[in-house]
Design a protein around this ligand. Sequence first.
Ligand code: AMP
Ligand code: MG
Length: 432
Amino acid sequence: MVSFEEARHLVEQHAAGMSPGEVETVDLLAGLGRVLAEGILADRDFPPFARATRDGYAVRAADLAEAPARLEVVGEVKAGDWPEPGVSSVGPGQAMAIMTGAPLPAGADAVVMVEHTSSIHEPAGKSAGKFVEVRRGVSVGENFVPRGAEARAGQLLLDRGRRLDHAGIAIAASVGKSRVQVFRKPRVAVLSTGDEVVEIDATPGPAQIRNSNSYSLAAQVQNAGGEAVRLAIAPDERGRLRTLIEEGLGCDLLLLTGGVSMGKYDLVEQVLGELKAEFYFTGAEIQPGRPVVFGSCGADTPVGGSAANTRTGVSAPHKKYFFGLPGNPVSTMVTFELFARPMIEALAGMTPQPLIFLRARLKSEIRTKTGLKRFLPAVLSGEFENAEVELARWQGSGDIAALARANCYVVIPPDRERIETGEWVSLLIRSG
Ligand code: AMP
Ligand code: MG
């Protein structure tokens, strides 16, 4: 039995030794949620020209040292126009109408917002040209972004190992990457165990339950960037369990649920032991999820230095990690987030991500026993400075209905017996 921190650290250490699978090239939008196998560079300066950030007039700030001032309007630049230097530029006493996103014409060194100006309509014939009255001064550099101020051509914008979200997609799009190189998703075997567990489209007998864990785990695997491979349900019987575990070890990672507690029919550890597994921890001081198991099977280094024998195409036996997650649905979900996720992310080629805890005020007192770090289903409500959290009513870690009411987990340190109303507590947000 190790502490939560030790358990997490052990997983992170092993995850750090993982290398991702092959590289594939996909259309940009198909890259959403995938991990970049290449760095994304700026293909030119950003912005590629001095870009106006307001609608108004391109001016020379010195002309507005005394405001109000009257300037001659010598033209207009709209977004997409290119004011040829020498042909259209702003001279002393002059201004050019300019729109947001348009390039700043030569000679100008600021943009004054249209709100601070009035165009002057001279009676026809009295004066040639158009004029604008500017009521406020501006500083040099105001209301435009200089060329290259956001990024220089060739600069790294997104690192290899970064998971593409919508912002990453925007960056790739803006540098013209219509296809991106990403790592192959790791294949994660999901193996539910238990004589009482039946497929979800079966009609359960009076003492049977449907296999919800294979589905929640498959969803969590996908959410973490992996591809779930759901195996058949393993009965609490050595032979069949072993066959299915061996099948699961053909994937990049094996997740088992159920059968890791102390019961007479909890056979997972025994069968893994028969397969010469190495265990890094069997049990962590947490609730839910105390019986969680982490280990590996197979040789430490691939035979011949490569995962597959290139001549025969047969995989050489090499180290495969597994997690034995407790079968109670809430325990399965929590232990996945705390321990399995970092391993999947590493196999997917992602740079390590920290666990993110938010904080909120406790709405009603919590009393508990010391000794375990607890992750209890809770409801976060209210917005901004009124955010508060309270435990969901639950019947323990088998209570799926409580999860439907909850949207996060309150984290209770192992040394706390009582947490008072109004105290700030840490929350683990339920992702995806
Ligand atoms: P175990 O970890 O095998 O002792 O199981 C703990 C509890 O989780 C028992 O009540 C099981 O019936 C339940 N359970 C185990 N596997 C699953 C599953 N695949 N889906 C839903 N509940 C499960
Ligand atoms: Mg069981």
